[in-house]
Design a protein around this ligand. Structure first.
Ligand code: CTP
Length: 436
């Protein structure tokens, strides 16, 4: 047990530090024992501190949250079944705390120390109040069991009950007990995610527990698996975890069509490189959507995979756009008139265009996508329906055909001014009446 306070003081943003001090003083005044636990301690030791802090209380987190709220304002969202509370620190609460809003996290998570039992594998756990040790014992990996005591003071005494610090030093992901993955198969996803993020590796014992837990993945709801993938897609390089999931036979347990290969890894990298280009800075791109598309666009059973993940209409729509983009690629690998490329790409979102760019190395396809994204999709004729009406065209399907033809002509450089557009329309009308 060594003193952790210097590290906390040095590395945590000053607003967060002050918030912890105030919270600790409040807990001490109430005779409560308070800890910072989990990711915050792990990341502080790794030198990558984060803003969101999980506070563990040996006692009732909800009534402690209520007392913070009474004293400083803000809002409290409670989850009685789990004894957890989320204290939202709004502008008024920041003022009452006498701390600049910008230096504070938006929330403080308050958790009642609890012991946990799983009624059956892959179920959500049932919980009962417990000690710090009980609470740490129910956690996934040793590196996530480190705690720093905040109250009673001195603030920052580190508690390492399961060898987390040494595993952190050695880069090891280690479960606390052998039923861990069976109790909660989402931990298999978490293990690969931490491996990928931190460059760590499961120890042989932990990795050896995965095969017997694999069948339990089937019992996980689509929403829970989807949540794990959404988290994965916020990582810097999700392909590392996906490659591990593939080699550990995890992906096929989610859906037998789901897979990972080098092509996906490279496409992910291409997409990130493309999104980092300054041209896209103006546009908010949903990189997760691009990853979903690249993961699923070549699958035969995209619908089945979307259903297994219980993707909502929005995400399902996105992956369907990915499929459309993928299918358009062979046709795009040619010298095309701009109007032909527009026909292939029209209606596709920015994300699917980037997915398409990332999914091919064919220069012509990339050229067509980039020209469409930055130029062609904004081209339109200067004449409108009203102009055509003034030229004697009645509202009719013919009007639509003429407008579409006019835009194609503009795109392909066949007409370059309103006068040329007018001349072209009159010519087409003459041709049409000559034919009829
Ligand atoms: N936890 C767990 N099993 C899970 C999910 C979470 O044991 N299936 C525990 C972990 O010990 C973790 C804590 O709950 O430290 C909080 O979970 P979360 O906020 O998801 O984890 P972090 O460690 O903060 O991860 P991240 O850095 O990805 O936010």
């Amino acid at each position: 047990m060594h003193d952790f306070s210097a590290l906390i003081r040095r590395n945590l943003p000053s607003g967060v530090m002050r918030l912890l001090e105030i919270t600790a003083a409040e807990a001490e005044a109430r005779g409560l024992t308070l800890y910072a636990v989990g990711g915050v301690v792990r990341d502080l030791l790794l030198g990558t501190p984060k803003l969101d802090v999980d506070i563990l209380i040996e006692g009732d987190a909800i009534s402690f949250g209520m007392s913070l709220c009474e004293r400083f304002g803000g809002h409290l969202h409670t989850h009685r079944a789990f004894g957890t509370a989320k204290w939202r620190i709004d502008t008024a609460a920041a003022a009452a705390l006498d701390l600049p809003r910008a230096e504070l996290p938006p929330f403080l998570d308050l958790v009642t120390a609890r012991s946990e039992q799983y009624a059956y594998p892959a179920a959500l756990p049932t919980v009962a109040p417990g000690s710090l040790r009980d609470d740490l014992l129910r956690r996934d990996f040793t590196i996530n069991t480190l705690a720093a005591r905040l109250a009673p003071r001195p603030l920052g005494t580190m508690i390492d009950l399961f060898g987390g610090e040494s595993d952190l030093r050695e880069g090891i992901i280690r479960v606390l007990h052998k039923a861990s993955f069976i109790d909660d198969p989402t931990r298999i996803f978490r293990a690969t995610r931490f491996e990928g993020r931190l460059g760590f590796r499961m120890d042989a014992h932990t990795e050896g527990l995965i095969p017997e837990a694999l069948p339990y993945i089937q019992h996980l709801s689509g929403e829970r698996i989807q949540h794990e993938f959404e988290l994965l897609f916020t990582e810097m390089r999700p392909e590392h975890a996906l490659a591990r999931m593939k080699s550990l036979k995890v992906l096929e347990q989610i859906h037998n069509a789901l897979t990972f290969d080098e092509w996906i890894g490279e496409a992910f990298e291409n997409a990130r490189a493309f999104v980092a280009k300054p041209e896209w800075n103006l546009i908010r791109v949903d990189l997760s959507a691009i990853y979903w598309m690249l993961l699923t666009c070549r699958l035969v059973d995209t619908d089945g995979v979307a259903a297994r993940f219980r993707l909502d209409r929005h995400r399902t729509g996105q992956i369907m756009q990915g499929v459309r983009m993928w299918k358009a690629l062979p046709a795009l690998e040619a010298e095309l008139a701009p109007s032909a490329a527009v026909r292939l790409l029209e209606g596709l979102s920015d994300e699917s265009l980037i997915a398409g760019y990332a999914a091919t190395t064919a220069p012509l396809a990339r050229h067509n996508i980039v020209c469409y994204a930055f130029h062609w999709r904004f081209v339109d004729a200067s004449l409108t329906g009203n102009d055509l009406r003034a030229m004697g065209v009645k509202p009719s399907p013919l009007m639509g055909t003429l407008l579409a033809r006019l835009r194609d002509a503009c795109l392909d450089g066949e007409v370059n001014s309103p006068d040329e557009e007018r001349a072209a329309v009159l010519r087409w009308l003459r041709e049409a009446s000559a034919e009829s």
